[in-house]
Design a binder for this molecule. Structure first.
Ligand SMILES: [Zn+2]
Ligand SMILES: [Zn+2]
Length: 216
């Protein structure tokens, strides 16, 4: 089990990284991405802050992916900040996509999908086919999210991803302890988004995500 998109007290989450990691371990997660909200002010600092947590995660049997969620940054800053995060040691870079429930800058999806340093486009809203094709070409996974509000376009994301052969990832976007999902809940989110049972099993295994196998 993986969850690539979670938040701690280092942005607007409720938990210290150690508690988030331990709660994920108890639920059976092998891979956890901590991806706090980031912009120019904190991208590099977040990487330094989280680096020591790799050892804590190892002690709990969890592979920690240190990352960021570039959030409400101007689209032109996305390539620059994604590169800065990777150079500072990020395993994963998520971009806060054009959800229908927040005024995310138009062009955010396109900038993320065109960027080879971006791994996941979170809650891409009513993503266009053109952007989805760029995501496929750059191996940017489109997110199926459990998060209320952001999840209203999951069905659209699945339809577009299927037609354009995009990578998909199911994430919780955890902010509070109760947001972390168990195995059955992850399956519900995948099926509820319109994936078939076999598609859901494949997407939930993470075996569809090349960048996961590249990370040690
Ligand atoms: Zn948040
Ligand atoms: Zn998030």
């Amino acid at each position: 089990m993986y969850d690539l998109h979670t938040h701690t007290i280092y942005s607007d989450g409720e938990l210290l990284p150690a508690e988030l990691i331990h709660r994920a371990a108890v639920l059976g997660y092998q891979t956890l991405g901590i991806t706090d909200h980031a912009d120019r002010s904190n991208t590099v600092t977040l990487m330094r802050t989280l680096e020591p947590m790799r050892e804590t995660a190892r002690l709990y049997g969890v592979r920690l992916l240190v990352g960021v969620e570039l959030t409400h940054v101007p689209p032109t800053e996305i390539p620059l900040l994604a590169r800065a995060a990777k150079e500072a040691g990020a395993d994963i870079v998520i971009v806060h996509g054009e959800t229908t429930v927040e005024p995310v800058a138009p062009g955010t999806n396109a900038a993320a999908c065109a960027c080879a340093d971006v791994d996941v486009l979170a809650h891409p809203g009513l993503i266009s086919h053109e952007d989805a094709r760029m995501a496929r070409d750059h191996q940017v996974a489109l997110e199926i999210t459990a998060r209320g509000g952001h999840n209203r376009t999951n069905g659209h994301v699945v339809c577009v991803a299927r037609e354009e052969e995009c990578l998909l990832a199911v994430n919780s976007d955890t902010h509070a302890p109760s947001d972390l999902m168990g195995m059955a809940e992850r399956m519900q989110v995948a099926l509820g988004a319109g994936l078939t049972e076999s598609e859901s099993a494949f997407v939930l295994s993470g075996k569809n995500l090349p960048f996961l196998s590249k990370i040690a």
